[in-house]
Write a protein that binds this ligand. Sequence first.
Ligand code: AGP
Length: 606
Amino acid sequence: MCGIVGYIGNRDCTDVLIDALSKLEYRGYDSAGIAVFEKGTIKVEKCKGKLENLTNLMKIEGRPSGNCGIGHTRWATHGEPSDINSHPHGNKRVSIVHNGIIENYRELKEFLSKEGYAFESETDTEVVAKLLDYYYNNDPIDTIIKVLADIEGAYSLGIIFRDFPEHIYAVRKDSPLIVGLGEDENFIASDVPAILKYTRNYYLLNQDEICDITRTDVKICNVRRQTVKKEVQTANWDIDAAEKNGYEHFMLKEIHEQPSAVKMTVSPRIKNGLPDLSETGLTPEKLSAYNHIFIVACGTAMHAGMVGKYVIEKLARVGVTVDIASEFRYRDPLICENDLLVVISQSGETADTKAALELGKERGADTLAVVNVVGSSIAREADMVLYTNAGPEISVASTKAYSVQIAAMYLFAFELALVKEKISEDECREYVQALSDVPDLIEKTLETKELCQMAASKLLSSNSLLYIGRGLDYALSMEGSLKLKEISYIHSESYAAGELKHGTISLIEDQMPVIAVVTQKELLDKTVNNIKEVKSRHAMVVLVMSESVKIEDGVADFIIPIPETKEVLMPCIAAVPLQLIAYYTSVLKGNDVDQPRNLAKSVTVE
Ligand code: AGP
């Protein structure tokens, strides 16, 4: 969602802000703006649309010239995307950028209106700007503390005051913010890619920590004005990881990074041929004590949880409930001590997943976070963390994050099955070996690229299509369908193949595409029967199937054969063509692949 940046140093601030904001474009946004100190005044430039619009606007209005300022990309929540609703907000005395939602903005607006303040925008953020002005007493930290006492909700804020042109102030609660540490220059940003060109060192801010940043110093305190000491974090990936490196889109690059990403997730967790998750704190004693496992996540991460459920139940014979995080938090789930809550999140900042984690903790369950972004809120709040080590994922459509999440689920399932004595050590070694071989198979599966492109070309004229599969293939179909929807804007649904006859098959009409996934041989005949049912109603069937599967001629219109491994591991392989089909459909439709409309990479509001 919204991206925040700030810079103070010797460089041209406008250049740095625009460059840093461009590195946050992946988060999704619909307007952009900056506020820069120029000759003692705060100069603001902002407008609806992409950063290009902002740079074009500055060509007309003049670009602010200075060495200190803040910038923002806005993903609209309160008020449509428009020039006036764009950030920064404020007046001549104070200017702010905000990520998050101020929940009590209506009552604050009413109060401030009575105090004589007039509001220009429909945003919740403007309330914070006006409140800062209201409390302003020539002591920025004291002013901020007073405002924090009044506002409720989630926020990270970058603030500048006209009277303090050598300072940026920042604070966060439930929305991410880091402070980048350079030489004679410092930064604030929503995420590491924004600052990587300038520095790899940064501070992670905790809840309600307030920073006073100058070019040579960063002072951090809490709301009681007590000094907070921080450990410097160092980003362990370089700038190339956040660049396209010759690929047309980040999504394609990230699809190709899956072999190495899976390797990075799996290899460090194998000791003597067996899974070893001890680094997370998951001891055999703990594992053997869990009665039930809840897996909670959103979107693609939830689909990875679905794969986890099948595999854990099959191998470890422990009951697993998978929940959508936004439902879990409001359904009064039967989670308690002796249960394990696994939350899965690429960003580690997803608001619903974070709330689910908090609920699980409140109920006394142990919590394990499967997270990609190091030091993210979810990683910090969970009892145990399993980092997926995939490096930055920039494309909104998640691909490598999905693969590493399911790889983490396999490691967990293997270890649990071993501890629960549902598989022998030898069997466990075989599973681990097969998982270690998966990266090579993904590499091979990438060779289906052209076939996937051809399959994609057959979907272009459709308004709607179905994905079907059984068991693990159904879990995977859910992800295939989501991927296609989010970047191609073609409606699709995933169905358990056996469920079609109970209503959905009435949708099938001449040449409607049905993408079927068949990798589970035990279910082969049954799924093939379901495919025949749609085929005989003139559906156009694209079949993604294990290469050794033999099916009669005429069952499918188009077949994408994929390499094989143990059946439980097939989602790692079969995910690739489904991602590629979605990717090429989006490309062929001329869509914005990496930043699909209306979507944000990390959903930090409810
Ligand atoms: C997937 O392509 C989407 N971008 C989305 O479903 C995503 O997986 C979901 O919002 C969860 O995000 P998280 O993994 O960062 O928590």
